[in-house]
Design a protein around this ligand. Structure first.
Ligand SMILES: [Zn+2]
Length: 165
């Protein structure tokens, strides 16, 4: 397991790791042609109190990187640009103040919906795309694909997926 250094504690999952396989299989349900470059596990300094006892749901959040995601893979380096969604969520999790949709943060049960938020025409075309796997709290059981949350402490960042087509 490769340890990545200067971002919060991150580790690159091998493609035979059960967590990698589970995430990859789920992504391929809605994005069969995706080329996964890396799945990075985010080790939080400490879990929020009692989080493990609460009802959580695993969802996706597509975001955009201002820096080159390859720098994380190659050097373990995060940028400090406050508008870099990738490094911001890696370091601090989802924050409603950075939402482009009022105070609401959008999450999706489907990777393909999250994918439409990870694309930015203004960035270099060879940048990898970025989707996070996030655990969210207190989600009512319903059939909608989109989950909207406006509390910062109701989400935990678990994995970063770097991919391309
Ligand atoms: Zn960055």
């Amino acid at each position: 397991m490769l340890e990545l250094s200067t971002c919060p504690q991150l580790s690159l999952l091998s493609n035979t790791n059960p967590e990698y396989i589970e995430i990859e299989n789920h992504i391929r349900n809605t994005m069969s042609l995706v080329k996964i470059i890396a799945i990075i596990k985010i080790h939080l300094p400490k879990e929020p109190k009692n989080w493990s006892k609460k009802i959580t749901q695993r969802v996706y959040h597509g975001t955009r990187a201002k820096c080159d995601p390859n720098d994380i893979l190659e050097y373990g380096i995060c940028c400090s640009d406050e508008f870099c969604g990738m490094c911001g969520i890696l370091n601090y999790g989802n924050k409603s103040k950075f939402s482009k949709r009022g105070k609401n943060m959008w999450f999706s049960k489907s990777a393909s919906i999250a994918n439409s938020f990870s694309f930015n025409l203004n960035l270099p075309q060879d940048y990898l795309r970025t989707i996070f796997v996030i655990d969210v709290l207190n989600v009512s059981d319903n059939d909608t694909d989109i989950i909207i949350i406006n509390h910062d402490n109701a989400t935990l960042q678990r994995f970063l997926i770097l991919y391309e087509f």
